[in-house]
Write a new protein. Sequence first.
Length: 156
Amino acid sequence: MKRHALIAVVLASVVAAAGCAPHPRPGQGPVSWPPAPPASADTGNGPNAPITISPSKAATDTVLRFVHAWARPGLDQQVWYAGVRGLANSAYARMLATVDPANVPAHLVTGGLVVRASTPQELIADVPTDAGTVRVTAVAAGGRWLVATVSGIGLR
């Protein structure tokens, strides 16, 4: 008996909840919920907002030196890799060893770096190139700054 009562309560709840959904009126097109606010509406001041401090010169220099070394697609792979390897952390350097520089779309840096987030241990910055913008993450490791990732956020 309890089982039948539980089923009746569940069915009644489902029917009641269905009545809360928007329904079109006769002759009216489909009804939908209001759109979610755009992602840019987030002010970045929530509990997970990045803590940004002024980055060290060593951090910004590493990022710029790396992008200058990376944006040389005309080089032989060994020469290109020798230029980026010492500026990357060991995990990223291993990945870079497999890159054919001919596939790097950029040839030169076209402007200054723009800091997106900075802490004493990490710098995330955008660097414009002739092929678009790259986002570079550098981390403090063993008293040095090293690049950990590069992603194209506006590469053509």
